[in-house]
Ligand binder design. Structure first.
Ligand SMILES: Nc1ncnc2c1ncn2[C@@H]1O[C@H](COP(=O)(O)OP(=O)(O)OP(=O)(O)O)[C@@H](O)[C@H]1O
Ligand SMILES: [Mg+2]
Length: 360
C-alpha cells in the first residue's frame, strides 16, 4: 500500500505542489524553512485530519489563503482510492474518499496507517503517559476493529461519571454507570494488553540490532491496581473520586513502561539511543500491522540524520526499508541519507521556498 500521487494546496508555505511519489523511499531535502516538514505534515493531515505539530489546525492553512486542500491517490494491490480533504479557516472540514463525503475522520485513519517520527515525537514519548497511551492505541485501533468504539464509549461514560462526581451524586446512582464503564474498559484493556504482548515479541529482534546490550523491558500497566476487579476498584475509590471530582484510575490512565535494567529508559539512554528506541518501537508497530493484517504503514521520518551517527543512520534506513513500507524522509543535506543507503533513494525531491521539484 502506498501513495502514488500527492497534491498540496495552500498548506503552510506550499501554495501548490503536485508530487508523483515512489513506492519505497522518498527523500525530501532542502534548507531550513524551505517546507520539508510541511510536506510530511500535509500527508499526516490527510490521514488524520489534524497536524502533528500544532493543535490549531488553522495554523497550517497558508497565511494568505482561506482554505487548504489536499489530495492523494492511494494504491493497494490493484485497488486505487482517492483521498481528498479541504479545510477552511472557519473550521469546516470536508473529507472525501472516492468522491464520497465521509463523516467520521477515523475512516480516513483506517485507510492510511501513518507512523510519524520527528525530533519532537521522540521526546514526547518520554514526557508523559498520554503520548505512550496514544502509541499503544495506534496499534490497538489498527489491529482490532472493536477498539475504536469501545474506547470512544469508555471516554464518553468517564465524562458522564466525572460530571456526576462533581455534582456529588451518591454511589448508588453512579453504580449503574460503573457497570457500563467496566464493560467497555475490559474490552479496551484486553485489546491493549494483547497488543503490547505481540509488539514485545517483535521488538526484541529490532532492539538487538539497534541497541545491543541494552536490557529493555516493555510492559503494559492497565491504569488501576493489578489485583482488584475494576468494578470493585471503582467502588473502593468512590470517596477519593468524589473529593477530587474526577475518576482517578482506569483505562484512561493506562501506560507503557519502558525500562532499561532497573531505570526508566529516559534516565538510562542517551538522546541518540532514545531516538533509536522510538524508531524501534515504531518499526515494530509497522511490522506487526503487516504481519497481522497484511497492511503496510506509511512512515514519515522528519530530519532522520539528526542525532544519529553514520552507522546508526545506516541501520535505521535498512530496518525501515525492510518493512516494505512507503517511507518519506527529510534531511537538510541529501548526502546524509544517500551515503547511508546501499542503493539510491527511489525518488528525491528538492524543496525551496515551498516549491517542490523532483530530481531526475
Ligand atoms: N500558515 C503558514 N503560512 C505560510 N507560511 C507558513 C505557515 N506556517 C509556517 N510557514 C512557513 O513555512 C516554512 C516552512 O516550514 P517547515 O517547518 O516546513 O520548514 P523545514 O523545511 O522543515 O525547515 P527545517 O529544516 O528548519 O526543519 C517556514 O518558513 C514557516 O515560517
Ligand atoms: Mg523541518
Amino acid at each position: 500500500m502506498s501513495l502514488t500521487r500527492l497534491n498540496i494546496n495552500s498548506f503552510r508555505n506550499i501554495l501548490s505542489a503536485q508530487m508523483q511519489l515512489a513506492d519505497g523511499l522518498n527523500l525530501i531535502y532542502g534548507e531550513n524553512g524551505s517546507g520539508k516538514t510541511s510536506v510530511l505534515e500535509a500527508i499526516f493531515f490527510l490521514g488524520m485530519g489534524r497536524s502533528f505539530r500544532s493543535h490549531l489546525s488553522q495554523r497550517v492553512i497558508n497565511n494568505e489563503q482561506d482554505n487548504l486542500t489536499l489530495f492523494a491517490m492511494l494504491e493497494r494491490g490493484t485497488r486505487q482510492t482517492k483521498l481528498g480533504l479541504r479545510r477552511s479557516r472557519s473550521g469546516d472540514i470536508d473529507v472525501k474518499i472516492n468522491g464520497e463525503n465521509i463523516k467520521r475522520l477515523s475512516t480516513l485513519a483506517e485507510a492510511l496507517p501513518i507512523q510519524v517520527i520527528t525530533p519532537e515525537s521522540f521526546s514526547l514519548l518520554f514526557e508523559g503517559p498520554k503520548s505512550r497511551r496514544q502509541f499503544i492505541d495506534w496499534g490497538a485501533f489498527h489491529c482490532d476493529p472493536n477498539f475504536h468504539l469501545a474506547w470512544a464509549n469508555t471516554r464518553r461514560i468517564l465524562k458522564q461519571r466525572n460530571q456526576l462526581l462533581k455534582s456529588e451524586t451518591p454511589y448508588a446512582n453512579i453504580q449503574f454507570w460503573d457497570t457500563e464503564l467496566v464493560r467497555y474498559a475490559e474490552v479496551v484493556t484486553e485489546i491493549r494488553n494483547r497488543y503490547v504482548d505481540s509488539l514485545n515479541a517483535l521488538l526484541k529482534g529490532i532492539i538487538e540490532e539497534f541497541l545491543p546490550q541494552v536490557d529493555l523491558k516493555v510492559s503494559f500497566t492497565r491504569g488501576w491496581d493489578s489485583k482488584t476487579e475494576y468494578l470493585q476498584h471503582l467502588e473502593n475509590q468512590y470517596p477519593r473520586d468524589l473529593a477530587s471530582g474526577f475518576t482517578g484510575s482506569g483505562p484512561h490512565k493506562a501506560d507503557l513502561r519502558l525500562r532499561v535494567g532497573s531505570l526508566p529508559a529516559q534516565d538510562a539512554l542517551s538522546r541518540g539511543q532514545l531516538k533509536l528506541l522510538v524508531c524501534a518501537l515504531r518499526i515494530a508497530q509497522g511490522k506487526l500491522l503487516k504481519q497481522q493484517l497484511n497492511k503496510n504503514s506509511i512512515y514519515l521520518v522528519d530530519d532522520l540524520p539528526s542525532e544519529l551517527d553514520a552507522k546508526h543512520r545506516q541501520l535505521l534506513l535498512k530496518q525501515l526499508t525492510e518493512t516494505g513500507a512507503q517511507i518519506f524522509v527529510t534531511a537538510i543535506d541529501p548526502a546524509a541519507i544517500v551515503d547511508s543507503l546501499s542503493s539510491p533513494p527511489d525518488r528525491m525531491f528538492h524543496v525551496e521556498h515551498g516549491k517542490i521539484a523532483v530530481i531526475e
